[in-house]
Design a binder for this molecule. Structure first.
Ligand SMILES: [Zn+2]
Length: 485
């Protein structure tokens, strides 16, 4: 005789909170550990489950792609967000721009945004489908792409900051008018119109104030349904780009983040209940350390300019084939050939690719130059090959990938250069935090390698919902199976 033990009802947390910190290196959990207070980022590590070896399994490691990949559980090859900007329909285009929608809360191009260029669904979309669209899913960030891509296609709302007016806006993709409570929030929280709020820790504070206002006014987690809030913290990226991964500016913004996380957790404990919400912390990518600082300690680092290399390449290809600007674009170590022009001239694309690669192989700062369409045949380490293939969207990512020597990034720093950047395959750019906290999560850690795209299937497994439609990640069983023990 078979005994069937059924659950009274499918158990889900009241609220899922995604917290993605732009450019947060994994080691910031430990570099600042002693400086964090007990109730913020340190509480997540001390009470949550820390997947200590969480890696990005594609290149380039940049913002739009990162936010899309975490929430879709897949990579640019399949979600089609092939960069912050990428090639589409014969021209270069921004990942969220959508001229068919208008801004709500401000006029101008800052509001003409939607997730329509993303071809995959997110875990929020799947949560909504699983509950017959009773769950609410909302995204918030300073950057439009960091609010829009995580929240997904079927989201109730995404709110981002328009610097020109100094408050939150959305687009007609989601609604025709801002809710009353958002208008009130904006009136009380306007900050220096015309200034970039991402350059100030105030941007972090305003992100969490808005997150709290969303929970309060939309009653997230308080309606008898599992809801989802996708919070992305953007100023951490802008500040480190200008001032680097060390020093006062980076310290200040992480301390602000830590205080705001602590307050937000306290608020959720009171409003939703301790252990009643499930939160994860991750990042869209990491960052290299400042090259001058590394050089001062004899560590090889520096810059290689793909812009300059493209100029040299265009001159060479013109001499060889008689056509001008055969490589009209570059972006994040990728070169985009003028496919229509090459076809029109009766040339074979492969002949031009081969000539370009032979020329670029003379660049002393490049380790490898990869023919994207034939990356599987490249004689490079398997993990790098996978990262390149996972990151390549055949329609949008271009034709050639340039792999620099480790420590070199696409920038030429001068001696006074204080900042940093990201985008490469290397651990400094691809090793990011992955901490689960709250509902059905016991304290612990794992050093087993898992990937950024494993977060979505892990959350979906815990919620007993279908994973997103292009998901190729795997549940992190150390976390997902905890409620089975
Ligand atoms: Zn970023």
């Amino acid at each position: 005789m078979t005994t069937i033990v059924a659950m009274a009802q499918v158990e889900r947390p009241k609220l899922v909170v995604g917290l993605v910190v732009d450019q947060m290196r994994w080691d910031y959990l430990y570099y600042y550990y002693d400086k964090y207070g007990l109730g913020g980022l340190r509480r997540l590590v001390d009470e949550g489950f820390n997947c200590d070896n969480n890696l990005i399994n594609y290149v380039p490691t940049i913002t739009g792609i990162g936010h899309a990949s975490i929430y879709t559980g897949t990579t640019p090859a399949l979600h089609s967000i092939a960069g912050n900007d990428f090639y589409m329909d014969g021209k270069f285009t921004y990942c969220c721009s959508d001229p068919s929608v208008k801004g709500v809360g401000s006029e101008g191009s800052a509001g003409e945004m939607s997730p329509r260029k993303m071809t995959a669904t997110t875990m929020g979309d799947m949560l909504k489908v699983a509950t017959d669209f009773k769950s609410k899913v909302i995204g918030v960030a300073m950057k439009d792409r960091a609010a829009i891509l995580p929240a997904g296609q079927a989201a109730d709302a995404a709110y981002w900051w328009d610097n020109s007016v100094g408050h939150y806006i959305t687009s007609t993709y989601y609604m025709e008018d801002l809710p009353k409570w958002v208008k009130k929030f904006n009136a009380e929280n306007t900050w220096n119109p015309g200034k970039d709020i991402k350059m100030s820790p105030v941007g972090v504070e305003k992100t969490f104030l808005m997150a709290q206002a969303i929970v309060e006014n939309e009653q997230l987690g308080q309606r008898g349904e599992c809801d989802m809030l996708c919070i992305s913290v953007s100023p951490t990226d802008a500040i480190a780009h200008s001032f680097g991964t060390r020093g006062k500016e980076n310290y200040d913004v992480y301390m602000e983040l830590d205080r705001d996380v602590a307050k937000f957790l306290d608020y959720l404990d009171t409003t939703i209940g301790k252990g009643q919400y499930l939160l994860f912390l991750s990042a869209d990518h990491g960052a290299a350390h400042n090259s001058t600082m590394l050089n001062n300690h004899r560590i090889p680092a520096g810059g290689w300019s793909i812009s300059d290399a493209r100029k040299r390449l265009n001159i060479h290809l013109q001499e060889k084939f008689g056509l001008e600007k055969m490589v009209p674009y570059h972006s994040s170590y990728r070169l985009f050939l003028d496919r229509p022009g090459i076809q029109k001239a009766g040339l074979k694309l492969q002949d031009v690719v081969d000539e370009a690669i032979a020329f670029l192989k003379e660049e002393k700062d490049l380790l490898y130059v990869i023919d994207y369409a034939h990356a599987a045949e490249a004689a490079i380490p398997t993990s790098l090959k996978e990262q390149i293939i996972n990151g390549w969207n055949a329609q949008r990512s271009g034709d050639i990938y340039c792999l620099t020597k480790s420590g070199l990034y696409d920038f030429v720093p001068d001696n006074d250069y204080k900042g940093t950047t990201h985008g490469a395959w290397n651990p400094y750019d691809s090793h990011i935090p992955c901490v689960f906290f709250g509902w059905h999560v016991k304290h612990g850690h794992s050093s087993r390698t898992n990937y950024m795209i494993d977060v979505a299937p892990t959350i979906c497994a815990m919620l007993h919902i279908q994973m997103p439609n292009s998901c190729i990640g795997n549940p992190i069983t150390e976390v997902a199976d905890q409620d089975m023990k």
